[in-house]
Design a protein around this ligand. Structure first.
Ligand SMILES: C[S@@+](CC[C@H](N)C(=O)[O-])C[C@H]1O[C@@H](n2cnc3c(N)ncnc32)[C@H](O)[C@@H]1O
Length: 224
């Protein structure tokens, strides 16, 4: 779902008109999706976490074609030095890291740097309100003899904020050999809230893919 949605969001983008910027690139899932959809695009992958960036760099560095066209930037949007307008922007699974004030600055700056007609592909992750979420499996992958299992629960901590409590387990032969717990704050946003905030920044949002996917494409309306 992720790759096809990103490809759909980039439809019509001219890769020669400017870089495609992946904000909160994580370990590079979006970078791979952009590279597959636009094989000649100049990609800027922005990621503030050093741990995530290490994986991202390993992924980019081990592939000759990615190495030639992906620039990895530590930090946030402000750290992107390129002066030319962005042909497109991805902000996937990251907007909940920003509170209302930070989002206002983020949308305004983004709208200013996005080329006319260039898409912003952004998604909202549930919950859309500050409510409790019971422990839910989040990921499961087998690597060699080991299974890596992730799960998470959320607890409301403010009117527009939850804290996610994640548990990551490593299992071999049915025995848990490692377990790590991580908690982080996440600011919730509804679809109506997103539309309002984008519209204040001069961007009009539409669904990308089925509404239940929670993915949106934001653009400056023609003539603005
Ligand atoms: C859940 S990951 C999403 C990774 C990737 N976009 C994906 O969908 O697979 C969210 C990422 O956003 C990053 N992040 C947090 N605050 C950010 C900010 N202000 N600007 C850009 N990225 C940020 C985090 O470090 C994290 O790696």
């Amino acid at each position: 779902m992720f790759g096809p949605l990103v490809a759909a969001g980039l439809e019509g983008v001219d890769p020669d008109s400017g870089p495609i910027v992946d904000l909160g690139a994580g370990t590079g899932r979006g970078v791979l999706a952009v590279a597959a959809a636009l094989p000649t695009a100049d990609i800027i992958a922005v990621e503030p976490s050093a741990a995530m960036r290490a994986v991202l760099m390993a992924r980019v560095g081990s592939d000759e074609r990615l190495r030639q066209r992906v620039t990895v930037v530590g930090g946030d949007l402000d750290a992107v030095r390129t002066p030319e307008p962005f042909a497109a922007v991805l902000a996937m699974n990251m907007i909940g890291h920003l509170d209302r004030t930070a989002r206002k600055v983020f949308w305004t700056s983004l709208a200013r740097r996005l080329a006319p007609g260039g898409p912003l592909v952004v998604n909202l992750q549930p919950p859309s309100e500050a409510v409790e979420v019971m422990e839910t499996p989040a990921s499961a992958v087998v690597v060699g003899r080991r299974r890596y299992l992730g799960s998470g629960r959320a607890a409301p901590t403010a009117a527009d904020q939850v804290t996610w409590h994640m548990t990551y387990r490593t299992v071999e032969d049915g025995v848990t050999v490692a377990e790590e717990r991580v908690s982080y704050s996440w600011w919730v946003l509804s679809e109506a809230g997103l539309r309002d905030e984008l519209s204040v920044a001069g961007l009009h949002a539409e669904h990308l893919g089925p509404p239940e996917a929670g993915v949106y494409i934001g653009r400056r309306p023609a003539g603005r």
